[in-house]
Ligand binder design. Structure first.
Ligand SMILES: C[S@@+](CC[C@H](N)C(=O)[O-])C[C@H]1O[C@@H](n2cnc3c(N)ncnc32)[C@H](O)[C@@H]1O
Length: 383
């Protein structure tokens, strides 16, 4: 897809998917950090004009409203700073107009800044100033949403990922990684921070090639300091539209991002597919949870008693495509019913309920089964 030339353009359904995920994630991020930090920052590095042809909101406006209209806003005590970077002066001017009335509603201490500059240049300069003054960065969510793969150098991503509580949400339009001419090669060297992508470019099979490009990007994000990197692909029918990468230093961040992706109801012919579990499709009527149960067996099976906290951390991490809220009902209860796990709480070993009892007893037992909990202190043995 070529980049639009006008100040505003039509919102494509796949971009709407990106916005749904962003909104759901910010709904979690704002109160988590907003109640424990003095200041938090949201940077939209490729902000756009703030609206689309049909009047739909762009990502910067969506982020401002996520804060202003948050149901827990009164409990968000941090000063929330928004920095929107847009290189095109006409788009920046439009964005400023849209921001003005919302800026007036921000609580004391919170603020919005709209910058007309190139993301990499502007942010590198700011980080240099902070470093020069010996100051540290406040916890920051960075949205990096370019057209194509330009101007998102890995050395800058490494700098923005340096603080403990910073995270980056990057959308990659895979379609723009084709025709490996000199110009694209330069951009890819910068995107990856290495020249190894050339090995991927040699691979004939399209799916293999795509996997190679994405695995390398994940590896480079980890080399840049991320502890957790999750990756999901958005498809329209069989067509791969774009990929989302989320890099952070904590499994709680990747868990909340996975929950946001799972809970974004896209409709139409659109689905997200997990980057860990080939063909895992989200947004379908009956998602498949067998890969989650298999991952638990593969990781913990035969290891004796393991703490529920360790199992949860595993599910929350970038080693699965699932999130913690799914663990109990979609994995532990069915596995306990099938005799695949043993459960020990502070009161001792739990007996597995019989699964087929007639009439009332069956209903009674089913009710008890679905109410089953695995509180902290529980230990599991996955057989
Ligand atoms: C994909 S659009 C952003 C859409 C927006 N994030 C949203 O979801 O509503 C990319 C925007 O980045 C701007 N842009 C392109 N190169 C840039 C750069 N190097 N730095 C900052 N902005 C840039 C473009 O003018 C365009 O408005």
């Amino acid at each position: 897809m070529s980049a639009p030339r006008g100040t505003i353009w039509e919102l494509k359904p796949h971009s709407l998917g990106k916005h749904l995920v962003l909104r759901k994630y910010l709904d979690a991020w704002l109160p988590i950090l907003g109640q424990t930090q003095d200041q938090i920052v949201f940077v939209d590095g490729f902000a756009g004009p703030g609206e689309y042809e049909g009047g739909e909101e762009g990502s910067p406006i969506l982020a401002l409203r996520a804060f202003l209209n948050h149901p827990a806003r009164s409990r968000i005590t941090a000063a929330v700073k928004f920095v929107f970077v847009e290189k095109d002066p006409r788009r920046k001017a439009r964005l400023e107009e849209l921001v003005k009335p919302l800026k007036a509603r921000l609580p004391l201490g919170s603020d919005v800044e709209v910058v007309c500059d190139a993301f990499d240049k502007a942010m590198a300069t700011r980080l240099d100033h902070l470093d020069g003054a010996g100051k540290s960065q406040a916890p920051c969510f960075w949205m990096v949403d370019p057209f194509g793969v330009k101007d998102t150098p890995m050395d800058l991503i490494a700098r923005i990922l340096a603080p403990e509580k910073s995270e980056v949400y990057i959308s990659v339009m895979y379609e723009s990684i084709n025709r490996f001419d000199e110009e694209l090669s330069r951009h890819l060297d910068s995107l990856y921070g290495c020249r190894d992508w050339r090995v991927c470019a040699q691979i004939g099979d399209r799916d293999e090639r795509t996997r190679c490009f994405f695995e390398l990007y994940k590896r480079q994000l980890k080399n840049a300091g991320a502890q957790q990197v999750i990756h999901f692909d958005l498809y329209e029918g069989r067509r791969h539209k774009y990929s989302i990468f989320h890099a952070s230093r904590h499994h709680l961040a990747s868990d909340r991002m996975k929950a946001a992706i799972w809970n974004a109801t896209l409709g139409g012919d659109f689905v997200f597919r997990g980057g860990q579990t080939d063909q895992l499709e989200l947004g379908v009527d009956q998602p498949n949870f067998e890969p989650l149960r298999r991952a638990l067996r593969d990781t913990f099976g035969g290891r004796g008693w393991v703490r529920i906290e360790d199992v949860k951390e595993f599910v929350m991490s970038d080693r699965t495509d699932y999130h913690e809220t799914q663990l109990r009902k979609k994995a532990l209860i069915p596995m306990e019913d099938a005799g695949e796990i043993l459960v020990k709480s502070s009161q001792g070993r739990r007996d597995t309920e019989q699964t087929s009892l007639p009439g009332f007893l069956e209903e009674y037992t089913a009710g008890r089964r679905s109410a089953r909990r695995y509180p902290s202190g529980t230990e599991l043995q996955i057989l």
